[in-house]
Design a protein around this ligand. Structure first.
Ligand code: V47
Ligand code: SF4
Length: 375
């Protein structure tokens, strides 16, 4: 079976859902890695990307309270937090120069090999707050954009967008257009979890359906907002749920071409209501590799080092991944659920990690344009 799949992949042909199931079932991890690497190399050559970014969560107060989420709190519960827009500006100001004070990510002229502080992208996601109106989010984005015009704002999952549309009474399309006008640059891929209804009901009964998630993303792509896509794995799903999830992503991407990267998210069990352990390194690498081979219409596969750890992310670069995400600086979602990693890496560490995997490290912008290549 693996031989016929291998032939298809080497001939540049699309593999079927059945093939993907076989790949997940196979113990031949080396063949899987070689095939996924072949696809990655055809798409991105020897390059592996990273970005200088910063995560900010405006609030962890959320009306959904998904069972796998250790980050969220109910209003008034101990540990609940709300950042003001000013708090967010102050956090961004810590590593970035505001308008009028020079560029945010210039390089040291005395030491051109050194990467100086600053970031090119902010990643903003949070809980579904019971009281904040859409106007608050519009003001958040436009204030950040005014203060830091060069900063790319990647913000709000499809789940948040659906919620903003519901609370404002505006259509998803108009909500997205308003956010885009305010300065939204792109959207992250969170909230996808597993699309299949049975699993989704066990994980997050209050969350929008898989079909709705896809619909919101389709609308985002239509209005010109590029997005990512994720899949949360390693909890109660089985491999057929994973393949169904990947298949729905592939079908939408065939129609819109709006997804930039696929990011498998390794489940972290601590402080959650879903029992289970951490994912194994083999499962992490397989999931990256099958994602790379199956999603032939995605340009990028991201090995998110915060969830996979530095060492598995580095190995993932030999199993089909071409991106390890970024500097992050502050990470709360995975760390609430028992992340074993630190919260940040400096760009030099990311470059080192990529180089030691034998790849050419590329600092990218939010649309995978090269900012700088490290040979
Ligand atoms: O939506 C929540 C997941 C997501 C847990 O698009 C958990 O570039 C594991 O989507 N164990 C947020 N995962 C993270 C995310 C993301 C991260 C990095 C880059 C991008 C991107 C997107 O984390 C949530 C949810 O799916 N999550 N709880 C948990 N216990
Ligand atoms: Fe809320 Fe997102 Fe956590 Fe679900 S995963 S409880 S929607 S913050």
């Amino acid at each position: 079976m693996l031989t016929s799949i291998r032939k298809k992949v080497l001939a540049g042909k699309r593999i079927s859902e059945e093939d993907a199931l076989h790949l997940f079932e196979s113990d031949d991890i080396f063949t899987l890695g070689a095939l996924a690497s072949h696809v990655a190399r055809k798409k991105n050559g020897p390059h592996a990307f990273f970005i200088r970014n910063r995560h900010i969560n405006p609030t962890n107060i959320c009306i959904n309270r998904c069972k796998f989420c250790a980050f969220s709190r109910s209003k008034g519960q101990q540990g609940a937090f709300e950042l003001t827009i000013e708090d967010m500006i102050n956090k961004l100001g810590e590593g970035q120069k505001a308008k009028g004070k020079g560029p945010g990510n210039g390089r040291s002229s005395r030491s051109p090999r050194l990467i100086t502080p600053g970031f090119s992208e902010v990643h903003i996601v949070g809980g579904l707050h019971p009281d904040w109106p859409l106007e608050h989010y519009l003001e958040m984005i436009s204030t950040i954009k005014k203060k830091f015009p060069k900063l790319h704002i990647k913000a709000f999952t499809a789940v948040e967008i659906d919620y903003f549309s519901k609370i404002s009474g505006r259509s998803v399309e108009d909500t997205l257009r308003d956010l885009k006008k305010s300065g939204l640059g792109s959207m992250p891929g969170g909230g996808a979890e597993i699309f299949g209804e049975g699993i989704r009901n066990q994980l997050c009964p209050e969350k929008i359906s898989g079909d709705r998630w896809l619909e919101v993303m389709e609308t985002a792509h239509r209005v010109g907002i590029r997005t990512n896509a994720t899949m949360l794995y390693g909890h109660v799903e089985d491999i057929s749920d994973r393949v169904d999830h990947l298949s729905r992503l592939r079908s939408l991407q065939d129609r819109t071409k709006g997804f930039q990267a696929f990011i498998p998210l390794a489940y972290h069990p601590k402080n959650t209501e879903i029992a289970g352990g951490y994912t194994s390194g083999i499962d992490d690498l397989k999931t990256i590799a099958v994602g790379r081979i199956f999603l032939d219409n995605f340009d990028h596969i991201k090995a998110y080092w915060i969830m996979l750890g530095e060492k598995i992310s580095q190995l993932a670069l030999l199993f089909g991944a071409d991106d390890i995400d970024g500097t992050i600086i502050e990470e709360k979602i995975t760390h609430s659920a028992g992340a074993l990693t630190g919260e940040k890496l400096v760009a030099e560490q990311l470059v080192d990690l990529i180089r030691k995997a034998g790849k050419a490290a590329v600092e990218r912008d939010s649309f995978y344009k090269t900012i700088r290549t490290y040979r």
